[in-house]
Design a protein around this ligand. Structure first.
Ligand SMILES: Cc1cc2nc3c(=O)[nH]c(=O)nc-3n(C[C@H](O)[C@H](O)[C@H](O)COP(=O)(O)O)c2cc1C
Ligand SMILES: Nc1ncnc2c1ncn2[C@@H]1O[C@H](COP(=O)(O)OP(=O)(O)O)[C@@H](O)[C@H]1O
Length: 311
């Protein structure tokens, strides 16, 4: 996959099949569209192109909306790369870009820059200044500029019964197993391991504190989760707490993981941590000893879960 930092720097040897969208999560529905894109490109001797935007339009046009995304832009790129497309265009969404009329967007970006011979798009896609144009407008532009439009019908969309909104809601409710089913891959948190308060080691459970840099990344509901990661090339399992550590008088929200069978200094490491299932709410225990007992139970639960599902 070739990555292009915007439509202006796009190049390809052949004309293209293009699909357009945010693709937050790169979930089951997105995967179906992209599969069609890749198949159509192969069948017609064209290059496959995903056109996506970053920042998300709502991060630019409704800054106060505080939108939370399932993926950071780097995670999105990685997931799209795994789908086998030829080109990913990450076009910067700016105020100026949002002022393009539908005709200008189609002519200047899709036709002249991306060399579109065919567009594959959902029945409800809207585009251009104030999102005024719809799929029937796109079909008329197709006749004018010489490209085909393949529509993904409402029925096909509803058959998949998945949406980024549904997944965001599941994650905010802590239902990661459901979210993972919709995603067809585990939800991931990516960041750097930073120093915490140094309480973990005393508890007998050193916890690696994950700092997620992207303020727009959705963090699932507070609580304890079974997790998995790759550390120095080796798959490891563990348990994570998302919350404020009320038992030890914490205030800031932290994301802390204890990995099983790991004894390593992890400070400064970049980790991608997959969340597999939620075990329980975070609680304020009467004593640190009660917290320790609960963590031992969490570990027993996690080991059993991993044995049953991943052994
Ligand atoms: C699996 C797991 C479950 C946890 N559950 C709780 C909890 O229910 N209540 C709580 O106050 N802290 C909980 N913690 C956090 C501990 O309070 C402890 O503060 C933390 O691991 C130490 O972090 P630090 O040394 O990085 O500051 C949990 C930690 C882990 C790894
Ligand atoms: N099994 C393990 N799981 C998580 N972190 C571990 C593990 N073994 C060693 N560590 C190290 O211990 C650190 C956590 O110790 P801790 O006392 O909780 O300190 P801090 O509050 O700075 O996170 C981690 O950042 C990591 O470098």
């Amino acid at each position: 996959m070739k990555e292009h930092k915007g439509a202006n720097s796009f190049t390809s040897d052949r004309q293209t099949v293009v699909t357009i969208g945010t693709f937050d999560g790169v979930h089951a529905g997105h995967r179906k569209i992209i599969e069609r894109l890749v198949n159509s490109a192969n069948a017609n001797n064209l290059d496959s192109v995903v056109l996506t935007f970053f920042p998300h339009p709502r991060m630019v046009l409704q800054k106060e909306s505080g939108i939370q995304l399932i993926n950071t832009i780097d995670e999105r790129k990685q997931l799209l790369e795994e789908t086998g497309i030829d080109h990913l265009v990450v076009h910067p969404f700016t105020h100026q870009f949002s002022r393009l009329t539908a005709m200008e967007f189609v002519r200047d970006i899709l036709v002249n820059k991306l060399r579109a011979k065919k567009i594959i798009i959902g029945y409800d896609h809207r585009f251009g200044r104030n999102r005024t144009a719809d799929i029937s407008d796109l079909k008329s532009f197709g006749e004018e500029f010489g490209f085909d439009v393949e529509e993904i019908s409402q029925q096909e969309v509803e058959e998949v019964a998945v949406s980024s909104t549904k997944i965001r809601n599941a994650l905010l409710e802590g239902r990661v197993e459901r979210a993972n089913m919709y995603l067809q891959h585990p939800f991931t948190l990516t960041g750097t391991i930073v120093k915490g308060r140094g309480i973990g080691k005393d508890l007998g459970f050193p916890t690696a504190n994950l700092e997620v840099r992207e303020e727009y990344k959705l963090i699932p509901k507070n609580g304890v989760y079974v997790i998995r990661s790759v550390i120095d090339g080796k798959m490891v399992y563990g348990m994570m707490n998302i919350g404020t550590n009320p038992t030890v008088g914490g205030k800031e929200k932290t994301i802390e993981s204890f990995f099983f069978d790991v004894d390593k200094n992890l400070y400064g490491k970049q980790l991608q941590i997959e969340l597999l299932v939620r075990i329980r709410d975070e609680k304020k225990f009467a004593s640190v000893n009660d917290l320790k007992l609960a963590m031992k139970q969490d570990q027993a639960f996690s080991m059993q879960y991993i044995k049953d599902n991943y052994a």
